[in-house]
Design a protein around this ligand. Sequence first.
Ligand code: SF4
Length: 403
Amino acid sequence: MTTELYKSPAIANAPADKLTAKAETCAHENTPVDTRIPLVGMGRKELAEALTEFGIEPNKVRMRTKQIFQWIYNYGVTDWDAMTNIAKGLRAQLAEKFSLNRPEIVERLVSVDGTRKYLIRMAPGIEVESVFIPAVSKTGALCVSSQVGCTLTCRFCHTGTQRLVRNLTAAEIALQVMVARDDLNEWPSSAVERKMTNIVFMGMGEPLYNTDEVAKAIDILCDCEGLSFGRRRITVSTSGVVPDIKKIGEKTQAMLAISLHACNDELRTKIMPINKKYPLADLMEACRNYPGLSNSRRITFEYVMLKDMNDSPKHAKELIRLLEGIPAKVNLIPFNPWPGSPYECSDWETIEKFADRINAAGYASPIRTPRGRDIFAACGQLKSESEKMRASERRKLEKAGKL
Ligand code: SF4
């Protein structure tokens, strides 16, 4: 195992909702906090508003917004002096008022299989995980978080054991992509060859409990003068928040994935308590009505393989019945257990037979290769490990009388 652990130097970065914070000193490091307004993560509209408030002449706001937007999201610059089409004097004034900082990477882990996992501190107490998963082909996906923690308690999910701290802002979602693009060294965004081609909302949290900010973030990610992701390369994965499924489709034209994991209400409610509120019949109806659904825009159903729970031939039959009439693909996910998790992963042979049955019914059913197991790649694991580490460090310090 060649897991690499990297801790970056602290970069102070005020959260988007604290734009008016007064100058203060960071309690831990005794260094001044950067109180400039952070621009990275803003959409065009917010950027234009910030520039207007700053005093850019009304007839130049549009041009300046376009220039700065491109420098931030196409070129990934972190230094005002790189913006060579803006006069030096104006650059200096902008630099006094606005920062181009990135949030702090608390931990960066690289797996033997190339998976990269980041724990990013957006603000004190607000730490989120993102995972870059390189594919065998030329594509690779960044899995981003939409909340810190989660209110849902899906029993196979490690994040489900963590309390919800808060929803992430659109800026904080976009920043996860910026951090990964920095790390992959993939600027400018307009470069033809990129490893990070897809974005999946499958990290911490339920995206459809934060629909508006997720939709705003998708607009930033898909702007063709910036990060330039195609809308079909963005997938929003939900545990089944039925009322917002249509809304996210209409607002973003993103691809939809459903965390299904069971094919009858009794079992699904056991594994995913949200099923009680939105049972399978309602969920499947919402899927059938997903905007733009077609054979070329299929819904992905995620199905985690849990030994002796949902992996029998009877379950496969029920699943096929459930999917009837929906252009669908089924991703079979070997369960990635964590210490104390209540389930085991199905045997490989069982998974393969299950896949064959689904496939024979006409649904693509790839088995997801487990990735990044050496770096706690299951959602929510890195945050817990980091907290555990800090707790044990704290205990050591307490013991030594330093706290
Ligand atoms: S699977 Fe998603 S919705 Fe369910 S507990 Fe985990 S993070 Fe929350």
